[in-house]
Ligand binder design. Structure first.
Ligand code: FO1
Length: 309
């Protein structure tokens, strides 16, 4: 049995993690979630990526949207809109209950790690979900129109204007449990999330980048591209903006200093010349729990064979 630590962003990553959770005993899986997308909105602390993972593992995510709750109602949001409040970020009634409780516990002095653990316990989520840091580490997007907060750029302006640079705060410490999980993991899995806005913010809390680099021989990444395209979200746009081909090879190049194994989708036109990196070509399209579990099983067997043997 191997201990897995997964670096995870939002929607895409949460699907792979759901697959891992389906095939691993819960005490063998620690998920390190991106909190660079977090923000304070309507006075509440919102952690979209942690919640996306938590709701999915609880079986309560809206599987159509990929975020928020299934069976959600929107009465509070409708009232906020009627009163002229900000309604560009959609917060459902049940989702709001989580943000209220999180903000309440944080105000009472609990850490985000502790609050996340309490929420996960309440939802019956068994694997450990850790925020990358207990301190705010907001990602900002540099655009021709100025510097935007992440959710302003992502949700309010729908990935516009184009990204000139991604600004990550320097010197933010990782949460204590994160370092321990990365040191003790038999396998570090970089899940199929956006490398620039979901994974890089996690690598950037100290000392995660150095730690993962040191444990390169035990680290694997799954490409977020399927058939040379992004599944959802701005990744393909961002790659074009960087002058990179929208292909798994560009993703591999980004992760090269950190990994010894890489997984690309079988629909990609070109099989990567991976050099000294172990390569698995697999079906990474995750449209059901069965597909997620099948992929997780395959990736773990590959890791066991090529990295841990
Ligand atoms: N994404 C949207 O595109 N529009 C929304 O109104 C929105 C609300 C929202 C509320 C709670 C939550 O946990 C996530 C939400 N998301 C929304 C998704 C999320 O902001 C992004 O997908 C991630 O931040 C990117 O990883």
């Amino acid at each position: 049995h191997m201990k897995v630590a997964a670096l995870c962003g939002g929607v895409g990553g949460s699907k792979f993690v759901e697959g891992l959770a389906a095939v691993l005993p819960p005490d063998q899986l620690t998920i390190i979630g991106n909190t660079g997308d977090d923000f304070i909105h309507l006075g509440l602390t919102i952690c979209p990526d942690l919640d996306t993972v938590m709701y999915r593992l609880a079986g309560r995510v809206d599987r159509e949207r990929g975020w928020g709750r299934s069976g959600e109602s929107w009465r509070a949001m409708a009232q906020i809109a009627e009163l002229g409040g900000p309604d560009w970020f959609q917060l459902g009634d049940m989702d709001l209950a989580v943000h209220l409780l999180r903000s309440h516990w944080l105000a009472a002095g609990a850490s985000l790690t502790e609050v996340t653990a309490r929420l996960c316990a309440g939802f019956g989520v068994a694997p450990r979900l850790l925020p990358m840091s207990d301190r705010p580490a907001p990602t900002q997007i540099q655009t021709p129109d100025g510097l935007l907060d992440f959710q302003e750029w992502f949700v309010r302006h729908r990935w516009e204007p184009p990204v000139e640079a991604i600004r990550l705060p320097e010197g933010v410490p990782a949460a204590h449990g994160v370092i321990k999980a990365l040191e003790q993991a038999d396998l570090i899995a970089i899940v199929p999330s956006n490398p620039y806005i979901s994974i890089d913010p996690i690598l950037n809390v100290s000392p995660v980048r150095e730690l993962v680099r040191r444990r390169r021989g035990r680290t694997l990444a799954v490409s977020p591209l399927v058939g040379d395209d992004a599944v959802k979200g701005p990744l393909a746009n961002m790659m074009r903006g960087r002058g990179l081909p929208v292909a798994a090879e560009s993703i591999l190049d980004f992760y090269r200093p950190f990994i010894a194994a890489f997984v690309q989708d079988q629909r990609d036109r070109k099989k990567i010349a991976a050099g000294d990196i172990e390569l698995l070509v697999a079906d990474t399209w995750m449209d059901s729990l069965e597909a997620e579990a099948r992929l997780a099983e395959k990736v773990l067997a590959f890791a066991e064979d090529r990295l841990l043997a």
